[in-house]
Design a protein around this ligand. Structure first.
Ligand code: UFG
Length: 336
């Protein structure tokens, strides 16, 4: 069965490719390589033994994208493609709305045109923006605090409406918590452009001496050690959640939302200390002011995914730290 992966050369898409191959699917990657590299393709072949079917296409280019639907009998789509940097989205909001919303609309129109009825969407825990009660369940109120988050919020709404209008559709909205780590081979992983914004890639670049020290954004939150708490999730677990969602939507119609997290919260300092212990490296850090827009805590109640998708995270924070460092050491410049 052919599964189309928009943004399939990126961090989460590439790991999902590997997982889908294991489950007997034929993934087809469509990616404009804006935030990824063609070099990932040979790495995917090395890991999986399968040469990826790849199209360098922008999903917003409907004409080019239509040709892929024409050429392949696609059974389902996983929609990863999109801009994803929170800070950047505040500076160039129109680019975020244009790109993320347009690409989704093009995709949905083509699915309709070609009778493709199964879709998995990369949403984010960021849509729980204003909740302070933890853990987060899927029925809690949603909203956003930045344009990136609003695009996820709006796309969820678009897909719910798309589904409500067509009883044949099956859609899974996966709300990711904080994906980190890398494939155990060290062949694929996260390649942030420039100085990383996210905690784990920042730590790995401090570990290898590229960056001098980590700035810990605030130690006065109402958390056990005062630093921000998040639900870190190994990217291979997240990839497996996509394979589970593909199976689920082949058997269930309608639109369902799933939290994809471990259900466990770790603080910034928990992550730093675990990284140091597991990898035997020192991570110099300094406490600085809070980062605007950050919240104290964010972690999932993942029980719906467990009950309905039969998925749960297998890797712990030690493996996340080990694999992130293994990837960074083998690819000091990333793959971009
Ligand atoms: N942090 C630091 N120093 C850094 C970077 C991060 O102390 O240099 C702290 C943050 O303050 C926060 C934690 O580490 O407490 C995690 O921060 P990240 O930037 O790694 O992740 P966020 O939880 O802020 O954001 C992530 C994704 C978003 C997504 C959001 C959803 O990056 O895309 O989760 O919850 F929207």
């Amino acid at each position: 069965m052919k599964v189309l992966l928009t943004g399939g050369a990126g961090f989460i898409g590439s790991h999902t490719f590997v997982e889908l191959i294991k489950d007997g699917y034929t993934p087809i990657i469509v990616d404009n390589l804006y935030n990824s590299s063609e070099r990932v393709l040979e790495r995917l072949e090395k890991i999986s033994g399968v040469k990826p079917i790849f199209y360098k296409i922008d999903v917003c280019d409907k004409k080019a994208f239509r040709a892929v639907f024409k050429e392949h009998d696609i059974s389902s789509v996983i929609h990863f493609a999109g801009y994803k940097a929170v800070g950047e989205s505040v500076n160039i909001p129109l680019a975020y709305y244009r790109n993320n919303i347009d690409s989704t609309l093009s995709l949905c129109e083509l699915m309709k045109e070609f009778g493709v009825v199964q879709l998995v969407f990369s949403s984010s825990a960021t849509v729980y923006a204003n909740n302070t009660q933890m853990p987060l369940t899927e029925d809690m109120p949603t909203g956003a605090t930045n344009p990136y988050g609003w695009t996820k919020y709006m796309i969820e709404q678009i897909l719910q409406d798309f589904c409500a209008a067509d009883p044949e559709l099956s859609v899974a909205l996966l709300r990711y918590f904080n994906p980190v780590g890398a494939h155990e081979s060290g062949l694929i992983g996260e390649s942030p452009r420039g100085i990383p914004n996210n905690l784990m890639p920042y730590i790995t670049q401090v570990a290898n001496g590229k960056l001098e020290r980590l700035s810990v954004f605030g130690n006065d939150y109402p958390t056990p050690d005062g630093t921000g708490v998040r639900d870190y999730l190994h990217v291979c677990d997240l990839a497996a959640a996509h394979a589970a969602a593909c199976k689920y939507i082949s058997q269930h119609k309608g639109c369902e939302i799933f939290n994809i997290g471990t259900g466990k919260g770790y603080s910034v300092l928990d992550l730093v200390k675990t990284f140091e212990t597991v990898n035997q490296v020192k991570i110099p850090y300094a406490i600085v002011d809070r980062r605007p827009g950050d919240i104290a805590e964010c972690y999932a109640d993942p029980s719906r995914a467990k009950n309905q998708l039969h998925w749960e995270a297998k890797f712990g924070i030690q493996e996340m730290c080990r694999d992130a460092w293994n990837w960074q050491q083998k690819n000091p410049e990333g793959l971009l």
